[in-house]
Design a protein around this ligand. Sequence first.
Ligand SMILES: C[S@@+](CC[C@H](N)C(=O)[O-])C[C@H]1O[C@@H](n2cnc3c(N)ncnc32)[C@H](O)[C@@H]1O
Length: 278
Amino acid sequence: MKTKISDNNLRGRDLGQGLVRKESLTDSVDDMTKRMLVDAGIGPGMHVLDVGCGSGDVSHLLAKLVGKEGHVIGIDRDGPSLEIARDRIRKLDLPNITFIQRDICELSPEPGQFDAAVARRVIMYLPEPVDAIRRISATLRPGGVVAFLEHDNTMVPGRLKPLPLQEKVNGWIRKTIEKEGANTHIGFDLPFILESAGLTVEHIRAESIIQTPQTNYPTVAIIRAMLPRIIQKGVATEEEIDLETLEQRLIDERTKASSLYVSDMVFTLWARKPGIPE
Ligand SMILES: C[S@@+](CC[C@H](N)C(=O)[O-])C[C@H]1O[C@@H](n2cnc3c(N)ncnc32)[C@H](O)[C@@H]1O
């Protein structure tokens, strides 16, 4: 079992508001995202809203699925992320994506504009998720679909042997986002939130991220990107984290233990707006 660690996977990724990120990130959750989008019925010619698009990774997946006849609008409230997103689509020549700076709470595009709305790792950060999803739903045509992907901490970590460093590092991420108000049990709440917002849930599933001695989820890149927030929230100190040696220490620990580590559960769910398309 030998897995090449993509350089892209080690560059960092968007986990929350205000992260400074580098371009062209390949996310190891992309496969799960693609499966969700396809299974939710997103395909050629559709007009899709990517809510909390960040630097546009999900928008890119969507643009490929909807093709030239379709269109993707990515919205996010974070200006620097949108600058990266716009720069990336210019370089990649993706004319069927538009990025707009907008807070979900101010969402008021023409009702019924979109066939689908998608959000990845966004709903967990919203203080009023039912209200936000009502707003998102208002942008859909009758019969339109929403598809959401969220990480959930309820059932993790999973391991047979102790991996104390891995556990500590994942704890830094979880504690920081919890202190910022994120719902880290969102997977269990999501169907009820959607139903309260008037949507009919069609499917929910959960998959896990499994780390082995050979494979490596980009934990250190995430810690690097979150470092100021981890320190600011008093979760760990720079000395304790020791970023330069962290990657190697994690690899050494997994190799020595010869053990799998289930670090994340990823919930995907899709639901439909009532009504028959005109
Ligand atoms: C963890 S990132 C996910 C980015 C992207 N969906 C992805 O998976 O690559 C969360 C994003 O949601 C955005 N966000 C959070 N709350 C928002 C709100 N109320 N309105 C608009 N964007 C919001 C943040 O700015 C951030 O870019």
